[in-house]
Design a protein around this ligand. Sequence first.
Ligand SMILES: [Zn+2]
Length: 61
Amino acid sequence: MVREIKQEQKELYQCEECEFKYAEKEWAEKCEAWCKEHKSCNLEITEHAIKESTLPEKQEG
Ligand SMILES: [Zn+2]
């Protein structure tokens, strides 16, 4: 079940499997359906995920 969350006064939809967040429920549902079936993420779907730019992230390269 896609989870609706509020972040920065915007509604986001989160895939409960991989916890990626999407602005559009449609993508979150696609992601979740894929994640459940394949137990992995589809890059073409996760491309549409909201990037957590507010969190300090360590990136290599
Ligand atoms: Zn997912």
